[in-house]
Write a protein that binds this ligand. Structure first.
Ligand code: 4FV
Length: 249
């Protein structure tokens, strides 16, 4: 996967040089090129922002340096990159979106806004999609891009040591993840659930699915409302709720 990142702070992306994203970069599963709008300015002061028309606080990122930076990225990949701007006004990205992007192998040029945002005419002229990572305001789009890139990269074939763990991810089946335990078997008086200790994998898978259903019912009923449960799943959730009666876990 190739992605271009239009950002005033390319050094921030050093954060991707750790763990799974680092390995994916080394294995060339992911290739990133940076385009700093400041390098595409023509004035002595390398101006990338200006005061907002209509007044008001803050500054707005100028059209020309952004268009030139984006054009440089498009040139790198023969003009077939999707231009994606990160902002709170964008579509809130879900795991389903991440799955679709990771399996699409599409080229992406991300725009990291700063200040109050970018001039709207950049959207009119070159932005294909606008994405958000959540309903809160960041000081810049860089962290949002890294969140998206991290979520995509771990799904790229060869990125994770063991592919099957993806199948057990949260949200893969529209449910929250089950609890995880490792040694010691008892700590501070807290024991690992017995079902996980006697190697009955059918019982273990049922327990994990029941935990996923129960937790989703407790914490994210909105997700459960979107999911068509099988009869087994209805049974497992039913006994989860029964076992807990009114007081939840
Ligand atoms: C954001 C978000 C976000 C808004 C102004 C950058 C900031 C500044 N991006 N999801 N939430 N962006 O807050 O993606 O330009």
């Amino acid at each position: 996967m190739w992605c271009g990142i239009v950002t005033l702070f390319p050094e921030m992306f050093k954060a991707l040089s750790y763990g799974i994203t680092s390995r994916a970069l080394k294995r060339k599963l992911l290739e990133i090129n940076f385009y700093n709008p400041r390098d595409f300015t023509i004035d002595l002061h390398k101006t990338v922002d200006d005061r907002p028309y209509g007044g008001g606080p803050g500054m707005v990122m100028k059209v020309e340096p952004l268009l030139a930076a984006i054009a440089a990225g498009q040139q790198k990949v023969g003009n077939n990159a999707q231009v994606i701007s990160m902002s709170p006004q964008g579509k809130c990205i879900t795991q389903q979106d991440i799955d679709a992007i990771a399996s699409s192998a599409m080229n992406i040029i991300f725009i990291a806004g700063r200040y109050e945002g970018i001039d709207e005419r950049v959207y009119d002229l070159v932005v294909d999609q606008e994405w958000s990572i959540g309903d809160y305001v960041l000081s810049g789009g860089e962290l949002a891009i890294m969140v998206i890139l991290d979520a995509i990269t771990r799904l790229l074939p060869g990125a994770l040591g063991h592919e099957h763990s993806i199948k057990q991810d949260s949200f893969v089946d529209g449910l929250l993840d089950c609890p995880h335990y490792t040694r010691p078997e008892i700590i501070h008086g807290h024991k690992v659930p017995g079902v996980l200790l006697n190697g009955d994998h059918k019982a273990i898978n049922n327990w994990r699915l029941q935990q996923q259903l129960g937790r989703t019912w407790l914490r994210r009923p909105d997700l459960l409302a979107r999911k068509q449960l099988t009869s087994i799943e209805k049974e497992l959730l039913g006994s989860f709720i029964e076992e807990r009666g009114t007081n939840y876990e």
